[in-house]
Design a protein around this ligand. Sequence first.
Ligand code: ZN
Length: 274
Amino acid sequence: MRLRLLGLLVAVALVAGVAVVASGGGTAYGERVTSPDGSSSSARSTAAPAASSKPLAGRIIVIDPGHQLGNARFPSKISRLVPAGGFKKPCNTTGTATNGGYPEATFTWRVSRMLKKRLEHRGARVILTRTANSRDRWGPCVDKRGRAGNKVGADLKISVHGDGSWTGGPGFHVIAPPHRKPWTADISKPSLRLAKVVRARLRAVGLPVATYIAGGDGLDIRRDLGTLNLSDVPVVMVELGNMRSPADARRMTTRKGQARYARALAAAAYRFLE
Ligand code: ZN
């Protein structure tokens, strides 16, 4: 009796499966389908992968790809003072570069785009604080980047940077906000946890912790950063490497190296939200 019932269920499931495939209309998987009335739908949605393959579905993640490429060309715009969490700071800075002239803005942009792709693939909604990497643009300012994600109640925010220390060696460090009322007291605890997860994931892909800064343990707490101070959601800033260090510069300027950073940051976001 139970066997016969099981057989019936399998038969029903098979028929249902055939129906789902047939509804794709013979188009390639994921291709957009336009019906006769002109409305379009995605074949992907009718044959959606199981929920378990989209573990970040319903999550909102903000990625801040640091300084805009054109900031140096707009000195008056980026030097304007903006709120930064109980004090004012210049809107933005130019960012650094490798000794060979590869800009921090381009490095952070590429890593952020790769990271976005990875997180979206797992179902997250990803918001970038800038939508272009252009010499003709500046900003946004630190106050806007600091508040990004607050209104939508993002699950976490990662601000991506590269350091530029002439005297320091290679390595990354992660920065979290302190417990400071009324600014970051509410997010300091989860932000510190996020910072530790990010550090662990960067280490796990073989990246070295900076020894020239942040006490040598790759973890810093700072109260002077608007990007952290104005956030109402768990946030960290990560200096992925020292662009003035030739060893880091080699990694930071190649697709392969950039993908390694993105892979580690994606794993960190995933682990933090588990
Ligand atoms: Zn920076």
